[in-house]
Design a protein around this ligand. Sequence first.
Ligand code: FPP
Length: 247
Amino acid sequence: MELDGLDPNRIPRHVACVMDGNGRWATKQGLPRTEGHRAGEEALFDTTCGALELGIPFFTVYAFSTENWRRPHEEVRFLLSVIADQLLTRRRDELHQMGVCIRFIGRRDWRVPRWVVKRMDEASALTAHNRAMTLTVAFNYGGRAEIVDAVKAVVASGVSPAKIDERTIHRYLYAPDLPDPDLVIRTSGEFRVSNFLLWELAYSELVFTDVLWPDFRREHLVEAIREFQARNRRYGTTGGRGDGIPN
Ligand code: FPP
């Protein structure tokens, strides 16, 4: 992998990715949209390997949003099968061997088929103790839903309103032990956050690329990190450490 121009001491700790453009990629090739998702899975695997090579400890991807259920039934079924059959079955053992811990964030409501939940739990259990990298898959995930779920849990805990602060909310997010993303990448030339990690990306650097997700490879990840390293993160202050890593 070409690392030219990257400062190895300023590799982001947590990179998150909105994998967008599968449908357009397929249409451009004259293929059904589902083929875009299949190719997207390849792109995800290659990028995950790249993240691992770069020594990024936390990599998070948006695989399926709470709104994606509104897509045609066939496409939803295909997406579920790519996630459950490819990622959580075929890739699972490879990722396990590479020391990747697989986790999920999102709602486990009635819409998620039992067999998918089972595969998610099996993959998480198998890889729970891996330390090389944590791959977090946002599935049936919505940023607002996550905040609503956290607020419900805070209320249910019985804490007095006067004691609620940002740390209280943070404690009840889906994965409170993950650091906030340093860098969020969105592919396919769209400039939106689309309900992804709304709480967590308060101070993240956002990098947008025209590359459609199925064409995204580890080299594009390097490119995005290069852009990240060229920025000066201030966290609302005037200076900051200037090294791109939170204090
Ligand atoms: C957006 O493309 C992408 C998704 C809806 C989900 C991302 C899914 C994958 C990359 C498939 C594999 C995932 C895993 C976790 C194995 P789009 O269909 O919205 O594209 P469009 O905007 O061009 O229509």
